[in-house]
Design a protein around this ligand. Structure first.
Ligand code: ACO
Length: 310
């Protein structure tokens, strides 16, 4: 019965054990995991678009090879995550359908344009840096398949973050125009990167429950603060500034204070009114339609192969 099941589940969570696909779990726990994992998976595959924009224009063969590898990694991350969601009984078709019809979200950050080559560096340094800060604690998430997927994803994200940092460093130390391009990219990506961590704790609908279930290990504001503290010295080593006049070390708190985030902009992006929302979702739908023949051929092959070996 449910009460006995619930007691076993609660004890496992309390003991920091992993919940596995065949274990009993509350319906709301399952639903919240599907929501978060789906949103995460969608972010990985939509996140391929802004950077893919620069593959044909990468300034050297070396940079192009690195960027292609990185964009392919994002596709792989999407696959691990859709597979993790499948272990909860939700198929990839259903999740993609919800993405395409706007019933599930993807990260706000991917609705901003990549205007210059330096944006590839700023995405690696800031966006992937924010993603790692958020995702390292998810390696200890109470749901086993999600936690395990995160281990490999974080290793790859850490390579992505370093390539972005190295790219920006090269530009920052380059000509005056290259330095200015790097600074402009950081100026545009800084605030949207802080928004990636989600709404402030007081307005975060799911945080309290997700933390009680040990899906989330830290609150949105805690992780945002951690990220700011990591970035400040890195910006200094890059020879770049962060576009926040209120950013300063607070000795008493042992953290950096930072300026107010424009939450209206965040809400607008979530509502579909960011600079690239229509373009991103339009491109995703098109890619899905154009790939229909591959899915059909694979299904047909599997059916024939299944019969032949039966
Ligand atoms: N972009 C889009 N939607 C967001 C964002 C964001 N940056 N932050 C929060 N939201 C949404 C939430 O999904 C939720 O909407 P919903 O109820 O329709 O699902 C709503 O805003 C309220 O937010 P919270 O209650 O704080 O939601 P939650 O507890 O899920 O926390 C967070 C949000 C921190 C993003 C969490 O879901 C998470 O850690 N997800 C996994 C990481 C991830 O998705 N990363 C993707 C970007 S990184 C990358 O792919 C490179």
């Amino acid at each position: 019965d449910t009460t006995a099941h619930e007691a076993v589940f609660d004890a496992a969570v309390a003991a920091d054990e992993r919940i596995e696909p065949r274990d009993w779990m509350p319906d709301a726990y399952r639903a919240t995991l599907v929501r978060q994992i789906a949103q995460h998976a969608h972010s990985e595959i939509i996140g391929m678009q802004p950077e893919a924009n620069w593959i044909t224009r990468a300034p050297s063969l070396r940079r192009k090879a690195i960027l292609m590898a990185k964009v392919q990694d994002e596709a792989g991350h999407g696959l691990y995550l859709y597979s993790a969601a499948e272990t909860l009984g939700t198929g990839r078709d259903e999740l993609l359908d919800k993405l395409h019809s706007g019933r599930q979200k993807y990260s706000s950050i991917f609705n901003y344009p990549t205007l210059t080559w330096a944006d590839v560096g700023a995405i690696g340094w800031l966006v992937d840096g924010a993603a790692i800060t958020n995702q390292v604690p998810l390696c200890r998430c109470s749901y086993g398949p999600y936690a395990r997927a995160m281990v490999r994803i974080c290793k790859e994200e850490s390579f992505h973050q370093r390539q972005g940092y190295e790219l920006l460093l090269a530009l920052s130390r380059g000509t005056e125009a290259q330095h200015a391009m790097a600074q402009d990219a950081v100026d545009r990506w800084w605030w949207p990167s802080l928004m990636m961590f989600g709404p402030p704790d007081a307005e975060s609908a799911h945080s309290a429950q997700s933390m009680a279930w040990k899906i989330k290990r830290h609150s949105n504001d805690e992780l945002r603060q951690r990220f700011v503290d990591i970035c400040v010295p890195q910006a200094a080593s890059l020879g770049l500034t962060l576009p926040d006049p209120d950013l300063r070390w607070n000795e008493e708190r042992g953290h950096h204070d930072f300026g107010a985030i424009d939450w209206t902009e965040f809400q607008e992006v979530l509502r579909g009114n960011g600079p690239c929302n229509d373009q991103r979702i339009g491109q995703r739908r098109r890619a899905h339609e154009e790939g229909a023949w591959v899915r059909e051929a694979a299904a047909s092959y599997a059916a024939k192969h299944g019969k032949a070996t039966a």
